[in-house]
Design a binder for this molecule. Structure first.
Ligand SMILES: *Cc1c(COP(=O)(O)O)cnc(C)c1O
Length: 453
C-alpha cells in the first residue's frame, strides 16, 4: 500500500510522496513524516549480506517511492547515484567507523542530496516554470545540493551560508560551481539562514515562485539516509540471529540520526542510537531534563556543520515519541522521555574533547578523524563509560566528512595535512563567485523576487 505523509503540526491533510517532496515544508509549517514504516524482515536482511549498496538502497527506498516512481526507474536512479565506496573499518574490538565521505563533495550529505536531486528532477517536468530550491547550509549541505542539482534543467539552486562559520574549502565547494547555482554569504548563524529559508516558504509574497527546500526539512533528505544504517547492519551483523547494532552519530540538525530512527522503525535491530553534539547541547539537555530550550545564538564550534541551536528534525523525533514540538520550538506536548532515553543516548562533546579525540585516535590507531567524526567517537566512548555492559556491543561510529575539508584544524592537532580526495583537489585555485547579504529577511525576499518572479 502506498505510503502517505502527514505534517507534524497535523493541520493539513496527508499527501503522497511527490507532493511532500515538492512542498518541502508542509503548509502548516510542520514537517512531513510517513504514516507507516514498511517492515524489513530478518530473512530479508539476511539475504542482503552480499548485496551492493545500490541494491540495498533500491530495496529500502522503493518501499517509500511505490506509486510515485516505477521500480525500473528507482533501480536506475540508485545505480547512478550510489557509484562510490562506503568503507567500514574495524578499529578496536567490536568498534567500527563507517566513512560516508567518498561522494562527490566528501560528506554524508551526498547520499541524500544526490537521490533527492533525481527525484526532484523527475518531478519538475510536471511543474509549471522553474523550480527554485532554497537551501540553508551549515557547511556541507550547500555543496552536496549544488553539486547534485548542477545543470539540472528547470531547477535553480540558491544556497545561504553563515559567512563566518564555514571552512574555506567548504565555501569553495559551493561558490565555484556557477551555472544554475547561486550562493549567498549571510552575516549570521546557520539558524538565521534556516529561519530565513523557512520564512520564505510560508511567505504569500513569494507565491509566484515555485520554491522548495533541499534541507532536511524535506523528507526526501531523510529517507535515503536510512540506507547506510541498513547497509552497515547487513555488512557487520548476523541478521539471522537478530544480532543488534548501535550507532554513534555526530548530530546538528538531526537529519542523519533520523535516518537511523527510520531504519529502526523499519525493523533493523538497532540497540542504541548515540547522538553526539558539540557544545550546542539542546537535545542532550532535553533528554536529561525533559524540557526543551533552543540555543540562540548557536555556539561556534570546530565541528562547524553541527553549530545548530534549534534542530529542525527534532520536531520529527518528538512526534515519533508521541509529543508535539511546534515550528517555534515550543513543546506543545511532551514526548515519552523514558522511551526516548532507552533508545537514544545523547551527549555533548566540547571542542577540547574533540581535539583530544582526533589526537588520541590518530596516536592509538593511526586513523584520521575530522572534527565531526571525532565528536561521534568521543560520544561512543562516553556511552561506554556510562554503560560498561555495552562495551562489547557491535558499534559503528559515523564519519560524516573527509578530513581534508578541515585541513587547518587537523594540522594544528596532529601535524598532518590530510591528502584531499580527487573531489577536493584543484579547489584551492578555483575562482569563487558569491553574494553577501545581511541577516535580513526583506532583503532576501526582494532578491528572490527580482531574480525568479
Ligand atoms: C551536516 C553535518 C553533520 C550533522 O548532520 P545533521 O543531519 O545536521 O545532524 C555532521 N557532520 C558533517 C560533516 C555534516 O556536514
Amino acid at each position: 500500500m502506498p505510503i502517505n505523509y502527514y505534517s507534524t503540526n497535523r493541520s493539513v491533510p496527508e499527501v503522497t510522496l511527490d507532493a511532500a517532496l515538492l512542498e518541502g515544508q508542509a503548509r502548516d509549517r510542520g514537517l512531513y513524516l510517513p504514516d507507516q514504516f514498511p517492515q524489513i524482515t530478518s530473512e530479508e536482511l539476511a539475504s542482503w549480506t552480499e548485496s551492493s549498496y545500490a541494491d540495498i538502497a533500491f530495496n529500502v527506498l522503493s518501499r517509500f517511492t511505490e506509486g510515485v516512481f516505477s521500480e525500473d526507474h528507482m533501480k536506475r536512479m540508485c545505480a547512478e547515484v550510489y557509484d562510490f565506496d562506503v568503507p567500514i573499518e574495524n578499529v578496536d574490538g567490536n568498534k567500527h567507523i563507517m566513512r560516508l565521505d567518498r561522494g562527490p563533495t566528501a560528506s554524508f550529505k551526498d547520499f541524500a542530496a544526490r537521490m533527492m536531486a533525481r527525484w526532484m528532477g523527475s518531478l519538475s517536468d510536471g511543474v509549471d516554470g522553474q523550480l527554485v530550491i532554497l537551501t540553508a547550509t551549515s557547511g556541507d549541505t550547500g555543496s552536496a545540493v549544488a553539486h547534485a542539482y548542477q545543470g539540472v534543467d528547470g531547477i535553480k539552486i540558491v544556497v545561504l551560508f553563515p559567512i563566518e562559520e564555514v571552512s574555506a574549502r567548504q565555501r569553495k565547494q559551493m561558490t565555484t560551481i556557477g551555472a544554475n547555482v547561486a550562493t549567498i554569504g549571510i552575516d549570521g548563524k546557520f539558524d538565521d539562514c534556516q529561519a530565513m529559508v523557512k520564512r520564505a516558504f510560508s511567505d504569500p509574497d513569494l507565491a509566484a515562485i515555485n520554491l522548495t527546500s533541499a534541507n532536511s526539512i524535506n523528507i526526501g533528505r531523510l529517507l535515503p539516509q536510512s540506507v547506510y544504517y541498513c547497509y552497515a547492519y547487513v555488512q557487520l551483523a548476523r541478521p539471522a540471529m537478530r544480532e543488534s547494532i548501535s550507532f554513534s552519530i555526530p548530530s546538528g540538525n538531526f537529519g542523519d540520526m533520523m535516518g537511523a530512527v527510520i531504519a529502526r522503525e523499519m525493523g533493523v535491530p538497532i540497540r542504541r542510537i548515540i547522538v553526539a553534539t558539540n557544545a550546542n547541547d539542546e537535545v542532550p539537555e532535553l533528554l536529561r531534563t525533559g524540557s526543551y530550550r533552543k540555543i540562540a545564538p548557536s555556539k561556534p564550534c570546530i565541528s562547524n556543520a553541527m553549530n545548530v541551536g534549534h534542530p529542525s528534525n527534532l520536531a520529527r523525533l518528538v512526534d515519533l515519541y508521541g509529543g508535539w514540538l511546534d515550528e517555534n520550538g515550543t513543546l506543545q506536548k511532551a514526548p515519552d522521555i523514558d522511551r526516548m532515553r532507552r533508545d537514544i543516548y545523547a551527549v555533548s562533546i566540547s571542542d577540547d574533547q574533540t581535539r583530544a579525540t582526533i589526537k588520541n585516535v590518530y596516536d592509538r590507531f593511526g586513523i584520521l578523524l575530522e572534527p565531526h567524526g571525532a565528536v561521534g567517537w568521543a560520544g561512543m566512548e562516553q556511552y561506554f563509560r556510562d554503560h560498561a555492559d555495552a562495551r562489547e556491543d557491535l558499534t559503528v561510529c559515523i564519519e560524516t566528512a573527509h578530513p581534508a575539508k578541515f585541513p587547518d584544524e587537523i594540522k594544528a592537532v596532529v601535524g598532518v595535512d590530510p591528502v584531499p580526495p580527487p573531489s577536493l583537489a584543484n579547489l584551492d585555485a578555483s575562482r569563487e563567485e558569491y553574494g553577501q547579504m545581511s541577516c535580513d529577511y526583506a532583503a532576501l525576499r526582494d532578491w528572490l523576487l527580482s531574480r525568479y518572479a
